[in-house]
Design a protein around this ligand. Structure first.
Ligand SMILES: Cc1ncc(COP(=O)(O)O)c(C=O)c1O
Length: 384
């Protein structure tokens, strides 16, 4: 397998730090490397494999749909796509009635930015410090971390970043030029910080009063991750646009913006070749049905609570704080996280960072309680 690793090392563009193992197989919350070593996967494709790796319902849907029709542009009707659109409308707040399908989180944000400009005729946006919304030029403008942005400036003008969860700071920035506010409910890449109910309610209220669109980025929090099907469901929010991606299609590339009736667009103002293909639509419909039938959001809530009850962070000197909502868990360390990620990997647990000091766990929501026990035991082993 060494020669295959060398192909990636020598012939892919130099963007990713590798962790030194080649993953060749996955099933539910576990993956295996080329040597057959088993890992509990709390990376899950960066919070993608919510319903587990190679979920049989998705495998079946892909097999069946790929033998029937794989691609079909949005200028033709398609049964699999219509089925997915119906599902998305049914599971999102009732004010959201129109769907744009694309291929990734950043594309969903990119579309939402264009839709907001087009629909409002305004050009400015308010987003949050520590917010992450993707890496294409529009989404990157909404993202906060200067580390991702500096070399790519000038970005799209008119993006104002204000402290997260501080309503007055956001209110100060809002004016007649503000097209939209773009927020995560739980900042994921930013370190697993959840905003307050009151904060979001006041933001939503302000947006309504001042004719500002509210765009909620649930690329990472959507599809059960936080213990509700969507994180907005914790607070009863009704944004004008809801951006989705990661966990939506069982691991296949997908993104969506679910819009309210007030979002006025126009023929050919935006588009995509691959968005909403029958293959991805069938996979996403199967994945969503699996989440609903298996009550995965509820499971995430219970399993997240179980983790917190058993992790006992107070006993670990290296831990500053644990922030958790559902199965979105950020363990903030008093030191750099990278060496601990490598130690965990050697112990058979894959985890990811959020910034320099936060150890983030985004396991499949289907992870078993026994697997959670093992993750806790391994965390104790490397951190104590
Ligand atoms: C909240 C949020 N928005 C947008 C994105 C970008 O998604 P993608 O990597 O699919 O482009 C991410 C990715 O981590 C994210 O966490």
């Amino acid at each position: 397998m060494k020669h295959l690793m060398e192909i990636e090392d020598n012939h892919t563009v130099d963007l990713y730090s590798k962790r030194g193992i080649m993953i060749t197989r996955g099933e539910n919350a576990r993956v295996w490397d080329a040597d057959g070593k088993e890992y509990i996967d709390c990376v899950a494709g960066h919070g993608v494999a919510n319903i587990g790796h190679c979920n049989p319902a998705v495998v079946k849907a892909v097999q069946e749909q790929s033998a029937k029709l794989i691609t079909c542009p949005a200028s033709f009707y398609n049964d699999a796509r219509a089925g997915l659109i119906k599902k998305l409308i049914e599971i999102t707040p009732e004010n959201l009635t129109r769907v744009f399908l694309c291929n990734s989180g950043t594309e969903a944000i990119e579309a939402a930015i264009k839709f907001a400009r087009l629909s409002s005729g305004k050009k400015e946006f308010i987003t949050a410090l520590r917010g992450f919304h993707g890496r294409t030029m529009g989404a990157l403008s909404a993202t906060h971390n200067p580390k991702y942005k500096k070399e790519f400036e000038p970005l799209i003008p008119g993006f104002h970043h204000v402290p997260f969860n501080k309503f007055e700071k956001l209110e100060e920035k809002a004016n007649q030029n503000t097209a939209a506010v773009i927020l995560e409910v739980v900042q994921g890449e930013g370190g697993v910080y959840t905003g307050d109910k009151k904060y979001f309610e006041r933001v939503q209220d302000l947006c309504r009063k001042q004719d500002i669109l509210l765009i909620i980025d649930e690329v990472q929090t959507g599809f059960g991750r936080t213990g509700k099907l969507f994180a907005i469901d914790h607070f009863g929010l009704q944004p004008d646009m809801l951006c989705l991606a990661k966990g939506m299609a069982g691991g296949l590339p997908v993104g969506a913006v679910i819009c309210g009736e007030d979002i006025k667009l126009g023929k050919a103002k935006h588009g995509t070749t691959f968005g909403g293909t029958p293959l991805i639509s069938a996979a996403a419909s199967a994945a969503i049905q699996f989440m609903i039938d298996g009550k995965l959001a509820e499971q995430a809530e219970k399993k997240g609570r179980y983790f917190m009850e058993n992790f006992n962070s107070q006993a670990i000197d290296k831990v500053r704080e644990v922030r958790q909502i559902g199965l979105m868990i950020g363990i903030e360390l008093k030191e750099k996280v990278q060496p601990y990620l490598m130690q965990l990997l050697r112990e058979g647990v894959l985890a990811l960072p959020a910034g320099n000091t936060v150890l983030r766990l985004l396991p499949p929501l289907t992870i078993s309680y026994e697997e959670i026990d093992t993750v806790i035991q391994k965390l104790h082993h490397v951190l104590l």
